[in-house]
Ligand binder design. Sequence first.
Ligand code: IMP
Length: 187
Amino acid sequence: MRIFFVTGNEAKFREASSVLKEFGIDLLIDKSHKKVEIQSDNLEDIVSNALQGICSDNVSDYYVVEDDGLFINRLNGFPGPYSSYVYKTIGLTGILKLMNDIDDRTAYFKSVVGLCGPKVGIKLFTGVVSGRIAMEPRGTEGFGFDPIFIPEGYDKTFAELGIGIKNRLSHRARAFKSLGNWLLNNL
Ligand code: IMP
């Protein structure tokens, strides 16, 4: 079966399509629909709202959208749902500065993937990966906060580990695996 991923982020698309391939699902990138993002502290609300815009008519295809963020425990979850804006404004250096005098560097990424399509309504799938914020950016692979995020059980950042290992443990991989399992069992 095939599913359309409404995203402008090619890196997210590559990660998600490699996960769904293992379930025999073809993921295609859809840049024609616009992912309308409401401002909210809640990833689930952002995703549900975006899907309502996409699947409001009688759609004949299945669509997914994803929203995610980096949640730093000692910053009370900041930047969370505002990760994209914070990445564009203060960036990795800004986050590292905020962490300057903080010993507890634990953080997690959370991904919410939403599916809509014929007779499905809206279904949400969540994935989380815990880890910590590195002392400085390291590595060249991936995107966004990958150079400063060290997943639990590793000493290297996602940007050093690369997509092969990232896709075994990331928030996105976990959310898309739940989606894959649900699709295999329900469609
Ligand atoms: P959005 O879901 O497109 O709004 O983006 C959330 C932001 O969180 C992205 O722009 C990235 O900066 C960050 N982010 C989300 N997932 C990842 C990831 O897997 N690695 C690194 N940064 C990420």
